[in-house]
Write a protein that binds this ligand. Structure first.
Ligand SMILES: Nc1ncnc2c1ncn2[C@@H]1O[C@H](COP(=O)(O)OP(=O)(O)O)[C@@H](O)[C@H]1O
Ligand SMILES: [Mg+2]
Length: 427
């Protein structure tokens, strides 16, 4: 006989737990292995009993169902959580899904709904393979397994001209996301300005190894190797730094270029790293080349930065026009206007938006704060959350979250991006 589906029930009301258990007892393929009355209790049991499926009440006293779910999924990515909630809490649904829940049912569920959902998520789990990613005490680590339930959202920050603030924004956005999402979130910052990347300077990081050390291993990458190359910042953000010298970036030059024009090594690295994170923020250099095309192919959101200065606006606009010619999915492209100083500058951000597209956020000009941050290697968001520039960056992180909350159900498969004509033929 096939193994039974092992189910855990989490609800603070004993009667509800009992009703659910009764409903499940009608299905010979399901076995309730444990019941918990709180999130804390659920967390203690989950690593002991390794259930296949967890039925989670959203409203729990203490740690709520959403926080408990994200902790469970973090520790055991293959556990499938089904969230249960009373009617009228539909706005919780998105949060539950973002936390890693696989399905969502209204209380009280009918027997059919409940059994269907359990069988469905269990089938999904079997397709995912097994092997927990996060080190669980007493459990050997499995190298090379596909780890998290959901792939990271990749957000690339780009401008055709240098000096617009891409690195400043990428660094501070990554930290702000970590702040907004909490310590459990996994945020990675990748410096894809391969020749002249300066994220390590902006964050005062000593990197013994860099993305150049990963490049020769695209065929045989594993998570153990990746972990030795990522550098941890005090904010919790993990950083994949740029090659130490422009010559070291040569290893990406030998790489093959796809028909679409994308650098295969960088693309493979980003595709691999995304398995381990919730968000990846990518900083880039300022041209259109195979490296930028690789980021365009894998990005879920591609942000073009400009300051309110005519040559930069023109460059940004030409780039966006190029994307349109290449039939790039424009839903994935957004604009950020940096260095906005309405008192000093003649060009209003609204005029730039009319010429291009609405901006996700306007970041104010603050030379003192930005320069100090760059010179001391202390990202400005760490000490300036209450200043206008800090507030704008927090707002940026929140807008990114909202963007993905809205596109959860309609994510465009990456392969869509690859259907565009090769840039080599266009330029
Ligand atoms: N909003 C801002 N206000 C004032 N100065 C800024 C702002 N954003 C960035 N800067 C400064 O502009 C310079 C270039 O920024 P950087 O992030 O290195 O740009 P890029 O990566 O696009 O070349 C840095 O000295 C930085 O401190
Ligand atoms: Mg830069």
């Amino acid at each position: 006989m096939a193994d039974k589906i092992r189910v855990m029930i989490v609800d603070d009301i004993a009667e509800t737990r009992e009703q659910l258990r009764k409903l499940l007892s009608f299905d010979p393929d399901i076995e309730v292995v444990v019941m918990a009355g709180s999130g804390e209790e659920a967390l203690r049991s989950v690593t002991q009993v390794f259930p296949d499926v967890v039925l989670m009440d959203i409203n729990l006293p203490g740690m709520d169902g959403i926080a408990t779910t994200s902790k469970i999924v973090e520790a055991l990515p293959t556990v499938q959580v089904i969230m249960l909630s009373v009617q009228g809490e539909t706005d919780y649904m998105r949060r539950a899904m973002m936390a890693g829940a696989r399905d969502y049912l209204t209380k009280p569920p009918s027997a059919d709904e409940l059994l269907d959902a359990i069988h469905r998520v269990y089938t999904m789990r079997q397709k995912m393979g097994t092997g927990p990613l996060m080190p669980i005490p007493g459990m050997p680590q499995v190298a090379g397994t596909v780890s998290r339930a959901a792939n990271a959202k990749i957000v690339t920050i780009y401008s055709p001209k240098g000096g617009t603030g891409c690195t400043t924004l990428a660094v501070n956005l990554a930290i702000a996301l970590q702040m907004v999402l909490g310590a459990d979130a996994k945020v990675c910052l990748v410096d894809a300005n391969l020749q002249f990347g300066d994220i390590a300077i902006f964050m005062k990081l000593q990197a013994a190894r860099t993305i150049a050390d990963l490049a020769p291993h695209v065929q045989d990458m594993d998570f153990d190797l990746l972990r030795t190359i990522l550098v941890s910042h005090s904010s919790g953000v993990q950083v994949l730094t740029a090659p130490a010298t422009p010559e070291d970036a040569e290893v990406f030059r030998d790489s093959e270029v796809e028909e679409s024009g994308a650098n295969t090594r960088l693309k493979a690295i980003l595709e691999f790293v995304r398995q381990e994170f919730d968000y990846i923020i990518v900083d880039t250099a300022h041209q259109v080349d195979d490296v930028i095309l690789a980021t365009l192919d894998v990005s879920d959101l591609f942000i073009v930065v400009t300051r309110p200065v005519i040559p930069e606006i023109r460059g940004a606009r030409q780039f966006i026009d190029l994307l349109r010619k290449l039939s790039y999915t424009m839903d994935k492209v957004s604009l950020v206007i940096n260095g906005v100083d309405t008192k000093r500058m003649g060009i209003q951000p609204e005029a730039i938006e009319r010429a291009m597209m609405p901006a996700m956020v306007h970041i104010p000009y603050d030379e003192r704060i930005a320069l100090r941050a760059a010179n001391y290697g202390e990202p400005l968001i760490l000490k300036n959350t209450r200043t206008p520039i800090g507030q704008a960056i927090i707002n940026f992180a929140t807008e990114i979250q909202k963007y993905f909350a809205q596109t959860v159900e309609e994510t465009v498969p990456v392969s869509e991006a690859q259907k565009r004509p090769g840039i080599g033929r266009l330029l």
